[in-house]
Design a protein around this ligand. Structure first.
Ligand code: ATP
Ligand code: MG
Length: 596
């Protein structure tokens, strides 16, 4: 399918209406014949012939035809406007769904500002085309042809003179269309960049302020602003050359008419009334010529936008829903990674990962920053596909699994917490909007968020997110945790979820979470040993590999990476370790104190 075929597929639904509107345009254009004709009759029969009796009739005909034309015009404008809005609604919806269906890779590679301009500026160019350009082009061509035919009927010699300008018009239009195309591409490119710049500056406004980079950002923005202005001016420079040519051609027509017509009248080949009629048709020839340049611009703007939107939405997500997908309402939570490797753009992120988690187990994942912990969980959610090996849940390869049922079974509190501009209750209940308030409250209590929520100005009804009240990092994390828990999924992933809460609160959250165990397989990614020490299995990730696995005690005994981290976080424990005092470690850790 080409971009244009794709666009026209949206118009199909409105085909009947648009054809009807085109018929109205045709009728209105045909009615335009009447006035010049009547004017001719007035000159020949009334002024020169002295037949005054038909004057009132002629006046009535003129008034009525003008009224009818106005009504018809109103009618078809309404149809075009409504159809364009309806079509645009469907197209926006389609594009939005396509964007939602895109995977992480797509969003890693596309700038938000670019995607926003697809849904705003580009859509507007399309709307303008459907609401205005389609009928204008048709109406202008029709008026031109009708006028030519009418002039032919009045006097064929004069019509032949007028036709002489047609090839010139066609060549000029074609040249302009070709010349402005790259300019409009350039405009769209700069518009996207401008949008991205505004979006990033607004989103990152706090960072800009903290680094007092306002001047720098203004300068950066001005560059984008300049770029956009230059792009628009560049296009204007091109079409500006063509507009006078069309104007000139329109004037040539007038000159031909009055010159040739005048001579013919003087020589007695044509009556005065006929010259008046022909000059009445002149606007029907002139107007299309004058508008040709502008319409060519609008058309090219539209084509560019359709192509932009089309190339954005036609990107196939790399994560594909399998045929004959296995769907499960509820998983047990048996998870196996077998020889899993993941490469992103030739870079090896994870290599030969092997582990097997039984249902109901809690898994701690620890490792240096950038070692691949979050990526591991992204593979489990199938946000990315493994490059080699297999990830299985309950023995089913993720690639054979229904994507919806896979993700519906996983509750994830992501490392970058994102809250929507909604109430706290709305944010927590995001995954199950129909749940009861008691359920929201229950998970908020587990996440140790209930107390601080009650202290907010409007409790659970407090609006948070972008336009709401500010929350601390730890508060956001706890709401995100509650949101993940409320889904009541078989698999819970907590990626760095308690990193910003104090150890006391973390320990309370852990004891609450403990009560959920057995029903859920839980992954806890953390940098603090205190967050994961009670896990049934701890995986130590380093540079994309699992370098150690075992329980807290086992790992300490091995005196390896985990032992070193523990040592760094809790000071010199050699004596205690030698004493094999894991019970004492735990007591120590609960207190959260660091031994100096
Ligand atoms: P942290 O503790 O800081 O959260 P992490 O262990 O979670 O770190 P990951 O986010 O898994 O680390 O990233 C592992 C490595 O993979 C990093 O070097 C990162 O730059 C890289 N990486 C992650 N996602 C992608 C991606 N989509 N494309 C390319 N590289 C990526
Ligand atoms: Mg991470």
């Amino acid at each position: 399918m080409t971009a244009m075929q794709w666009f026209f597929s949206f118009l199909k639904k409105y085909r009947t209406k648009l054809i009807f509107a085109m018929i109205l345009v045709t009728v209105s254009s045909l009615i335009a014949i009447v006035n010049p004709h009547v004017a001719g009759i007035i000159v020949d029969d009334i002024i020169e012939g002295g037949n005054r009796k038909i004057l009132p009739l002629m006046m009535i005909i003129m008034v009525v035809t003008n009224l009818v034309r106005a009504v018809i015009k109103y009618w078809f404008l309404l149809i075009f406007e409504k159809s364009s809005q309806g079509m645009l609604y469907t197209m926006r919806d389609y594009v939005y769904r396509k964007l939602l269906a895109q995977d992480f890779n797509f969003y890693n590679k596309n700038r938000t500002g670019d995607l926003m301009s697809r849904q705003t500026g580009d859509m507007e160019a399309i709307r303008h085309f459907v609401a205005f350009v389609i009928y204008s082009v048709y109406e202008n061509i029709l008026l031109f042809l009708i006028a030519l035919v009418m002039i032919f009927i009045v006097d064929w010699r004069m019509a032949l003179c007028m036709i002489a300008v047609l090839p010139l018009t066609a060549v000029t239009t074609a040249k302009q269309l070709k010349a402005v195309k790259p300019a409009f591409h350039n405009i769209r490119q700069h518009f996207s960049s401008l949008n991205t710049s505004v979006q990033e500056n607004i989103s990152g406004n706090r960072v800009v302020k903290a680094f007092t980079k306002e001047d720098y950002e203004i300068e950066k923005f001005n560059k984008e602003n300049d770029g956009y202005r230059e792009a628009e001016l560049g296009a204007a420079n091109i079409w500006r050359k063509y507009v006078p040519i069309f104007e000139f051609l329109a004037n040539v027509l007038s000159i031909i008419l009055y010159l040739v017509g005048g001579i013919m009248v003087v020589k007695g080949y044509m009556s005065m009334g006929k010259l008046v009629t022909v000059s009445g048709y002149l606007w029907m020839l002139n107007q299309p010529l004058r508008q040709a340049g502008w319409l060519a611009n609008d058309y090219q703007r539209f084509v560019t936008s359709v192509e932009k939107i089309y190339t954005t939405v036609m990107v196939e997500p790399t994560i594909q829903e399998p045929e004959n997908a296995v769907a499960r309402k509820h998983f047990h939570g048996d998870i196996e990674f077998a020889h899993v490797s993941y490469h992103a753009d030739d870079e090896v992120i994870l290599r030969d990962i092997n582990f097997h988690i039984k249902p109901g187990q809690t898994v701690g994942i620890i490792g240096a920053t950038g070692s691949g912990k979050s990526t591991l969980m992204n593979l489990l959610c199938r946000f990315y596909d493994v490059t080699e090996g297999e990830v299985k849940i309950d023995g089913i390869n993720l690639k054979d699994m229904d994507l919806y049922s896979l993700r519906d079974n996983i509750g994830m509190a992501m490392q970058d917490v994102f809250l929507f501009s909604d109430t706290i209750e709305g944010n927590i209940a995001y995954g199950r909007p129909n749940c009861s308030f008691e359920e929201v409250e229950a998970v908020a209590k587990i996440a140790n968020a209930h107390d601080f929520i009650l202290q907010m100005p409007e409790g659970y009804d407090t609006i948070v997110g972008e336009r709401g009240v500010g929350l601390s990092g730890g508060q956001k994390q706890r709401i995100s945790l509650a949101r993940a828990l409320l889904k009541n999924p078989s698999i819970i992933i907590l990626d760095d979820t308690t990193s910003a809460v104090d150890m006391e609160t973390e320990s309370q959250i852990q004891s609450e979470l403990g009560s959920l165990q057995d029903r859920h397989t839980v992954f806890i990614i953390a940098h603090r040993i205190s967050s994961i020490k009670d896990a049934d299995q701890i995986l130590v990730v380093d540079d994309g590999r699992i370098i150690e696995a075992g329980t807290h005690d086992e790992l300490l005994e091995r005196e390896n990476y985990y032992y070193t981290v523990f040592h760094h976080q809790y000071g010199d424990f050699d004596a205690i370790v030698k004493d094999n005092g894991s019970r004492r470690h735990n007591e120590w850790l609960k207190g959260g104190s660091k031994v100096g």
